[in-house]
Design a protein around this ligand. Structure first.
Ligand code: B12
Length: 211
């Protein structure tokens, strides 16, 4: 089995069941897990990101594609871990304290995973302490924070301050995003990067790791 273009199409079309079935068959036929990720899954998610930015795809299509990506990633993840394949980088992803919105955060997580990053998704309503502890536990080099409420945006600043206090700010790049966030705000609070899109998050993370 040396061509699984239908996997690319299944992800772009948001067909989770097909994506998982094709991946299972490809793995059973001996295809390299990393080849499946880099040759099919990453280009598919990048196509989805492009379609979103061109207003050809909207949030529902993004969510379906993200779900298909996750389904295809399921049988691959343990194989990559077992093979010791080094990810491009390790990213802790979460929505800040007080904020329960997770649709954008989930898209960012899926796009980063599609981009070859190991993603540790710590969910919503994440305290600065939990961000810090997870970075330590997982030896992560990037933190990606999401906020959707003007009232929870300051939690990003608090988290960055807490990272400074913990003496880890120099080792970790901080990326921020979410509907109310702007580049100006990112500069104000000393974040390393801001993007208004999930595809942009991947570009920022690549830049942050020098890849
Ligand atoms: C869906 C939704 C909800 C759902 C959330 C469900 C869920 N599982 O997430 C529910 C119903 C639970 C909800 C609750 C509330 N909501 Co609400 N919600 C929304 C809504 C309609 C859509 C948000 C969304 O998912 N957008 C789609 C995603 C894809 O976009 P996104 O999150 O911005 O993410 C994209 C980018 O920003 C970027 N991105 C996101 N994160 C990151 C991170 C990084 C690192 C990077 C680089 C990029 C990045 O990439 C993503 C993909 O392109 C918005 C309205 C709107 N138009 O935004 C209101 C909205 C955000 N909610 C609002 C409010 C007020 C609330 C409530 C307080 C309502 C209430 N009175 O209870 C509660 C708060 C609960 C809480 N504590 O969090 C307000 C916020 C106003 C403000 N100025 O703060 C909004 C703007 C609605 C409004 N116009 O009033 N909400």
């Amino acid at each position: 089995m040396d061509d699984i273009k239908p996997l690319y199409e299944a992800i772009v079309n948001g067909d989770a069941r097909a994506a998982k079935t094709i991946t299972d068959k490809a793995l059973a036929a001996g295809m390299e897990p990393m080849k499946i990720v880099t040759d099919y899954m990453v280009p598919a998610m990048s196509e989805v990101g492009t379609r979103f930015e061109c207003n050809e795809y909207f949030v529902p299509e993004l969510l379906l594609a993200a779900r298909a990506m996750k389904a295809a990633m399921e049988p691959i993840r343990p194989l990559l871990v077992a093979a010791g394949v080094e990810p491009v980088g390790r990213v802790v992803v979460g929505t800040v304290k007080g904020d329960l919105h997770d649709i954008g955060k989930n898209l960012v997580a899926a796009m980063l995973e599609g981009g070859g990053f190991e993603v540790i998704d710590i969910g919503v309503n994440v305290s600065p302490e939990t961000f810090i502890q997870t970075v330590k536990d997982k030896n992560a080099n990037i933190v990606a924070m999401s906020a959707l409420l003007t009232t929870t945006m300051p939690a990003m600043k608090t988290t960055i301050e807490a990272m400074k206090q913990a003496g880890m700010r120099d080792q970790v790049k901080v990326l921020i995003g979410g509907a109310p966030i702007t580049q100006k705000y990112a500069d104000e609070i000393g974040a390393d990067g801001y993007s208004e899109s999930a595809a942009g998050a991947v570009a920022l993370a690549r830049k942050a790791t020098g890849k």
